[in-house]
Design a protein around this ligand. Sequence first.
Ligand SMILES: [Fe+2]
Length: 180
Amino acid sequence: MAEIRIRNTNERISGEANVKAFLDKQEVLYEHWNAAKLPAELQGKFSLTDEEKSQILATFDEEIRDLASRRGYQTWDIVALSDATPNLDELLKKFEQVHTHTEDEVRAITAGKGIFIIKGTDDVGYFDVELEAGDVISVPEHKPHFFTLMENRQIVAVRLFIETEGWIAHPFEDPTFQKA
Ligand SMILES: [Fe+2]
């Protein structure tokens, strides 16, 4: 289940209802899928063949189509990151820049963990959303954020797009952002 950390105060918010209420206020969509539906051998696999990616998409086909029909997503795919990913450190460096997109950024975590760092309302400031398998999040369009991995450096997620071009990252220069 997702957990929130507010960077300015180090306050943590946990429990599905609390997390959902906080994210609702920040206009961040949060839902949950049953990650246990995934065959056991895929729950801990982070280096995937095309066949395995298709198997994950097929497992969550109903959830994907439900989300897509409610929110207008047209295409979806699987992203897998781990130490087996070539140039993972370079990739993470590129990810860890605050940016925006012209469409929302949707991720449904099917294995592993990850963090979205999001710029909240002025009273909250930046907050982390720590995600694990089953967590589904959508960062709204034009909302400054970035994504990174957690200590285990392993994640598999479904990405959904309205148009693939909408997902181009636009750097967001923010002197108030402090790392860590
Ligand atoms: Fe992004």
